[in-house]
Every structure is written in structure tokens, then in C-alpha cells.
Design a protein around this ligand. Structure first.
Ligand SMILES: *Cc1c(COP(=O)(O)O)cnc(C)c1O
Length: 352
């Protein structure tokens, strides 16, 4: 097999065309689809569960799938600056791809609400980081306004190039399942670009190769669940900062994915998110950031209700890597024990 060449070169017939000299890639995509038998046993008997671990992308989240397309196209158009609002991962990805493209990058983040790993990424890649005194929804409004003035190319998921890149996940999954289409696809929902893109990918794949589409199951955090509640949330609250969004830009896309796939959009509490986060690490050896566990939390919640009955295969998108938010991992895990530098003490501590 030849080496992976990144999404624009692996899926040229699916993505907007970009002149070779403008292709900006970190060889994103081609992430592992990991079987999760222990988790499956806790969700529903007989169900096969797979984890599409998007934390294995170059900057540690699925955002790279869309960013390679958006930044390549910005480069091809002669843009000098890319701009985004971000709960963290978009800024990390935009900063890395812009650095590689030789473009300037500015990111607007909600002050004090970004996980440390993500902030570090934006900073090390040389982005201008502007923290606004407001939440993500406000940051996105401001960025949209600047984008409309033509000051910079906005690389949030309101940019259709992002959606195009992100849809590739559906093609990879079916390929990794040997041509089978999963019955259920579960994922977290924040700004709702990803559920919109994933659904678009499944639809296009099925139109081309047949085999149908999965039921799309999106999960918001209880304190940030505008789609579930049917109304904008003015002050979203959740420890899963990547989905702490009260007014999703792709709201209509999420509803369309839900309805046309005969799926659902539900919510999970922060406690359920943390339980799923720990179960992924404990039972499967997979370390994700809290928001990434929302899809698994949703399946753990739905399994016992019978809502997954008839499903044989479920795929969960694990959107981002656990190292993005090390402070949370330390906070919810057993404490470090300190012992003297002495074999007797160490033996006593280990063997009781
Ligand atoms: C961006 C992001 C989400 C939410 O994706 P949307 O497209 O905004 O719905 C979920 N998890 C992680 C880790 C993210 O970075």
C-alpha cells in the first residue's frame, strides 16, 4: 500500500479542487477505527461498537479534516490572513495549517474557557490569540462580522470548505468496516458542523456505492442543549468546553441529519460525560477530551431504554485527544501517592 497523502489527494473526486502548489496538508485523516468490546457490553448485548478516534489527527482533533480544505482554498485564493472563533480545537488546527501555508492566523476565543493544550497549540504556531470577554457564540458573531468586511478568510465551519473536508470521515468508516454501513453513528454536537458534515458524507457515499446510511445520533451537553430544547441558550454551561455552545451555526444541518436519518439529538449531563470519559480510558485504553465522550455517554444512556434495538453496529466519533485537557484528567483520576525513595516503603505501598 502506498503512503497516505492527506485528504485532498486521497479524495480528489469528493473535495473542491485545489492547485497542487496550494495544497496544505499535515496528512490528516486515515484515523483508526477501534473496536470497543468492553464498552459495547455495557451499552447493549450483541451490539458491535467502534471508536473513530479523531484525536489521532495531526493537531489532535477532527477539525484538521476541514482545515486542510479551508486553508488550502484560502491559499489558492491569494488570502493573507485566516480568522476563526474557537472553543479551542479550531484555533489549534487553523494555527497549524496557517503556519504551514505561510498565512497569518488570528483566533478569537472566549476568555478563560479554553483547555490548556489547545491554547498552547495556537500560541506555539504563532497565531494572534485574542480572548474576548464573552462566550463562544459572541466570539463567532464578531468573527462573522469581520469576515463579511473581507478582512480575512473565516475558517469556522460556516465556511463550506470545512464541511466538505469533514464529510470524508464517513467514507473512511465504511471502508474500514469492509464496505458495511454502520446502523448508528453517535457523536457530540456543539456548533453542529460535524454532524452536518458526517451526514453529508454518508449520503454522498450511499448515492455513489449504495448500502444506505446510518441513524445519526447527536448528543449535546445538558447545560448547552439548544437543539434539544428548541431554543437558544444564552449562557451555556458544561465542563465539555468544545461543545459549550448556545446558538449552533449549523442548527438546520443538525435537524436535517436527525430527521432524514431517522436519528435523534439528545442531551447528556456532565456526570454522564465524565463517566463515559473515564470508561473510555479505563475499559478501552482510549484517552479523549471530555466533549469527545458525549457520543459514548449518549449510547450508554440510550442502550438500556431499547432505543438501539435492532442495531448491530454503532460507530462513535471521538472528536479530540485527551491530552488537550490534561487538567481535567488529573482532576477526575485517583491522586498521585508520594512515597520515600526506599524499597520497603514502595513495597508496602504497592502490596499493602
Ligand atoms: C469542535 C468540536 C466538537 C463539536 O463539533 P461541532 O462541529 O461544533 O458540532 C466536539 N468535540 C470536539 C473535541 C471538538 O473540537
Amino acid at each position: 500500500m502506498s503512503a497516505w497523502r492527506g485528504l485532498l489527494r486521497e479524495f480528489p473526486d469528493l473535495l473542491p479542487s485545489v492547485p497542487d502548489a496550494s495544497v496544505v496538508t499535515l496528512l490528516e485523516g486515515n484515523t483508526p477505527l477501534i473496536p470497543a468490546p468492553a464498552l459495547a457490553g455495557r451499552i447493549a448485548p450483541g451490539l458491535e461498537v467502534y471508536l473513530k478516534f479523531e484525536g489521532m489527527n495531526p493537531t489532535g482533533s477532527f477539525k484538521d479534516r476541514g482545515m486542510t480544505v479551508a486553508v488550502s482554498r484560502a491559499h489558492a485564493s491569494g488570502a493573507k490572513v485566516v480568522l476563526c472563533a474557537s472553543t479551542g480545537n479550531t484555533s489549534a488546527s487553523a494555527a497549524a495549517y496557517a503556519a504551514r501555508a505561510g498565512l497569518r492566523c488570528a483566533v478569537v476565543i472566549p476568555d478563560g474557557q479554553i483547555a490548556l493544550g489547545k491554547l498552547a497549540q495556537a500560541m506555539v504556531h504563532g497565531a494572534r490569540v485574542l480572548a474576548v470577554r464573552g462566550n463562544f457564540d459572541r466570539a463567532l458573531e464578531l468573527v462573522r462580522e469581520l469576515g463579511e468586511e473581507g478582512a480575512a478568510v473565516v475558517v469556522n465551519s460556516i465556511n463550506p470548505d470545512r464541511i466538505e473536508g469533514q464529510k470524508t470521515i464517513a467514507f473512511e468508516i465504511v471502508r474500514q468496516l469492509g464496505g458495511r454501513v454502520p446502523d448508528v453513528h453517535a457523536l457530540p454536537v456543539g456548533n453542529a458542523g460535524n454532524i452536518t458534515a458526517t451526514w453529508k458524507g454518508y449520503l454522498e457515499r450511499s448515492a455513489r456505492d449504495g448500502g444506505g446510511t446510518p441513524r445519526m445520533m447527536g448528543f449535546q451537553a445538558e447545560g448547552a442543549a439548544p437543539i434539544v430544547r428548541g431554543a437558544r441558550v444564552l449562557e451555556p454551561k458544561t465542563l465539555a468546553t468544545a461543545i459549550k455552545i448556545g446558538n449552533p451555526a449549523s442548527w438546520a444541518g443538525a435537524l436535517d441529519a436527525r430527521d432524514r436519518s431517522r436519528g435523534l439529538i439528545d442531551m447528556v449531563s456532565d456526570d454522564e460525560i465524565v463517566a463515559a470519559y473515564r470508561a473510555l480510558a479505563d475499559l478501552e485504553g482510549v484517552f479523549v477530551e471530555p466533549a469527545s465522550a458525549a457520543g459514548v455517554a449518549g449510547l450508554l444512556k440510550l442502550g438500556p431504554t431499547g432505543a438501539l434495538e435492532g442495531a448491530r453496529t454503532a460507530v462513535c466519533t471521538l472528536t479530540g485527544h485527551g491530552l488537550k485537557d490534561p487538567e481535567r484528567a488529573v482532576q477526575v483520576s485517583p491522586k498521585v501517592e508520594t512515597v520515600g525513595a526506599d524499597v520497603a516503603e514502595l513495597r508496602r505501598a504497592l502490596l499493602g
